[in-house]
Design a protein around this ligand. Structure first.
Ligand code: T5A
Length: 221
């Protein structure tokens, strides 16, 4: 049986890395074979493209070219990593996917929505996530967390954009969730990590009709 495909989306510092790892652990405790991956990246070819984009090296070519590069990375990631895992019955948790292109490249303003849709059709096709968790935090909160975690290191290509951009980004993610309620669940990411984890687990458990307790607890009861 094909595995399930779960994506996490949200602005900078919204807690995606923290929560994708927590959900993978929770699912494994339920006996589910999980592949945890991320975008841009997740396959050797896509990791090279990640470096080109996030270093800012592609910025001079414009936002259309950046959108095309994200799509090229996604195409490789899907074909090399995600689709084989799903076909083998594994569950795939992906930190960012096509909603990030819609939001970031769309929110940067210059990319024609038709180009974004065409890129999605060619790269993603029918491989739509079964569930998308949108981690929602105010832009200021996310930027403060991302800066604290980064320390003395330089902000990457998109972290370096201004607060107006990051506010617009948040609204775009929330708009996507409003337009696709059957796929997307918005989770308040401002709560303490443990509470966010519990809210996500509730959404995943309900969507896929999973037992509440991990296998070890069920076996012991
Ligand atoms: N991008 C990506 C596009 O423009 N288009 C695309 O199509 C795609 C796929 C990727 C960049 O590429 C852009 C978007 C991004 O700018 P990245 O380095 O992969 O960049 O990083 P991000 O995905 O942006 O993720 P971040 O690393 O910024 O943050 P996360 O993963 O959301 O957050 P996380 O878990 O690392 O947490 C950040 C800090 O906050 C703390 C953590 O301990 C950590 O220190 N934290 C909390 N603190 C308080 N309360 C909570 N609930 C907390 N949860 C986490």
């Amino acid at each position: 049986m094909r595995g399930r495909f779960i994506t996490f989306e949200g602005g900078e510092g919204s807690g995606k890395s923290t929560q994708t790892a927590a959900l993978a652990q929770q699912l494994r405790a339920h006996g589910i074979d999980v592949l945890l991956t991320r975008e841009p990246g997740g396959s050797p070819g896509a990791e090279i493209i990640r470096h080109v984009i996030l270093s800012g090296a592609a910025r001079p070519f414009g936002t259309d070219v950046e959108a095309i590069l994200f799509a090229a990375a996604r195409d490789d990631h899907l074909r090399v990593t995600i689709l084989p895992a799903l076909a083998a019955g594994r569950w795939v948790i992906c930190d960012r996917f096509f909603d990030s292109t819609r939001a970031y490249q769309g929110a940067l303003g210059a990319v024609d929505p038709q180009l974004i849709r065409s890129l999605e059709r060619v790269t993603v096709g029918d491989n739509i996530p079964d569930l998308t968790i949108m981690l929602d935090v105010p832009a200021e909160t996310g930027m403060t967390r991302a800066a604290a975690r980064r320390g003395a290191a330089h902000a990457d290509r998109f972290e370096a954009e201004d607060l107006t951009f990051h506010r617009k980004l948040r609204e775009t993610f929330l708009d996507i969730a409003r337009q696709e309620p059957q796929r997307c669940v918005v989770i308040d990411g401002t709560q303490p990590p443990q509470q966010v984890e519990e809210a996500i687990w509730g959404a995943v458990r309900d969507r896929f009709a999973l037992a509440d307790a991990p296998i070890a607890q069920v076996a012991a009861s």
